[in-house]
Design a protein around this ligand. Sequence first.
Ligand SMILES: [Zn+2]
Length: 155
Amino acid sequence: MAVFLGVESQVASGTEVEIGCPVCPRRQQARLEERRDRFYVLFVPVLTVRNTYARCGGCGSTYMARAAAEKLATMPPEELDAALVPMGSMLLARWLVLLALLACWLPVVGLLVGLWVWRRYRRLTPGLAAISWLAMALGAVFTIIFVVIMIHPWE
Ligand SMILES: [Zn+2]
């Protein structure tokens, strides 16, 4: 895997919780899945993102959770339901955060796009917060490199 950016994923599935699935007429058992993505830049692990999903046992809908599986299992029902985000609204957020990560090498533009997605999506899930933070940080690094190259009096 000779790439500049790489990712290694692991999925663990376990605990069952009861959720108020908006699709189903009554509360349903849902299985929690914990996914761990480790991001590499030039083979160096820079970031580990943990995401928890809840899959409804009634209709199969998947929800993304704002908290870790062990925390979700101990939450009261209202709090648990509020912590679940439908995957549909996650899709746009994910695309924009990915776009920001891909654009991070563009001086100034990469930094601004990274800052924008970070401000917009950091509260959605810890994973999006971490990746958008990385996009913003890399955007800042490339912008600094660009500025240094531009103002440096090369002889
Ligand atoms: Zn359901």
